[in-house]
Design a binder for this molecule. Structure first.
Ligand code: XMP
Length: 317
């Protein structure tokens, strides 16, 4: 008879037995899964847990600073690694989605490994892997070859001689949220939308530049904060903005403009494996569109994505 409370109790007990007085390192992403995994491990081993939060330069606006502050509030021992330049330099000129993922995955490992090596005697690597991640990564390596290579599953480079500990491996997202609630986590942690590991890199279609990252951060910030302000955020499973590699003609005053197009994406889902587009109110969409076009220079057109998964995916890359 599964309940979040009993899951916490049993898991913490098992983690204590397994980990003893060993040191554990965990990569935090700001998302629900890694946060709940960190809280469980923290409950089990306390100060022996060190969390590493990497800024890959592809996070949402102000995300690195905000998330770091939130984690400190939770009493977690967090190291922030600012590595945006390294990621963006390595991504320069790269257009192909899977190549972006590979570069981001391997750069993440480099940065993470450098930070982790500063933590002496670490024996374990904690991860917030959940059940759908396990399934999707099996499909990537399995016969179908259809699904994107998620970099956050798939183990470790062998030079990191750490053993994996994944306390959420058998849970679905809604169960993770319930476990988080039972651990006393506030809604600002638990209701956060999922956000892909490669971040805005796979929402900038084609080549990534610093200017495009900033442009997209501004547009995304407008969309997400308006969802929050208007009480729609928690009805949406995941939302974000895609910067298309397309310019279109517009008018601004007496002038013709030739600027970028963004697509808003908001979906309903339970596990990300299938999803339907959200029927957000037209007047809300109109206000988001106006605010983006009036405030973000370089964008003159906003469209709304009305595709379901399958056959589309949630991300555009
Ligand atoms: P798709 O686009 O495949 O996305 O429908 C399903 C869910 O997975 C997220 N996603 C990723 N997460 N690394 C991640 O950590 C990735 O490479 C990646 N690609 C997609 C996506 O945001 C959605 O929640």
């Amino acid at each position: 008879n599964w309940t979040p409370d009993s899951f916490v109790e049993t898991t913490v007990k098992e983690l204590r037995e397994k980990l003893g007085t060993d040191r554990v390192i965990l990569g935090l992403s700001g998302g629900v899964d890694s946060t709940v995994a960190a809280m469980l491990l923290h409950k089990a081993v306390g100060e022996n847990l060190t969390c590493i939060f990497v800024d890959n330069g592809l996070l949402r606006k102000n995300e690195f600073k905000n998330v770091l502050e939130n984690y400190k509030e939770l009493g977690l021992n967090v190291v922030g690694a600012e590595a945006g330049d390294l990621f963006l330099d390595r991504l320069a000129g790269v257009k192909e989605p899977e190549k972006k993922r590979k570069i981001i995955g391997s750069t993440f490992i480099d940065v993470f490994d450098k930070e982790a090596s500063k933590i002496k005697d670490a024996r374990w690597l904690g991860q917030g892997t959940i059940y759908p991640d396990v399934i999707e990564s099996l499909s990537v390596n399995g016969p179908s070859q259809t699904i994107k290579s998620h970099h956050n599953v798939g183990g470790l480079p062998d030079y990191m001689k750490l053993k994996l500990v994944e306390p959420l491996r058998l849970l679905f997202k809604d169960e993770v949220r319930r476990v988080g609630k039972s651990l006393g986590l506030a809604d600002k942690f638990l209701q956060r939308h999922p956000f892909p590991g490669p971040g805005l890199a796979i929402r900038i279609l084609g080549e990534i530049t610093r200017e495009k990252v900033t442009l997209l951060q501004e547009a995304d910030h407008i969309f997400v904060s308006m969802l929050q302000e208007e009480g729609l955020y928690n009805q949406v499973w995941q939302a974000g903005v895609m910067l298309l590699p397309v310019q279109s003609v517009g008018v601004m005053g007496d002038e013709r403009t030739y600027e970028s197009v963004v697509a808003l994406r908001a979906v309903e889902s339970t596990d990300g494996m299938t999803a339907d587009w959200c029927h957000l109110p037209y007047d809300f969409l109109a206000r988001v569109s106006n605010r983006i076009i009036n405030n973000v220079r370089g964008i003159n057109r906003v469209v709304y994505d009305i595709s379901s998964k399958p056959p589309a995916t949630i991300e555009w890359e």
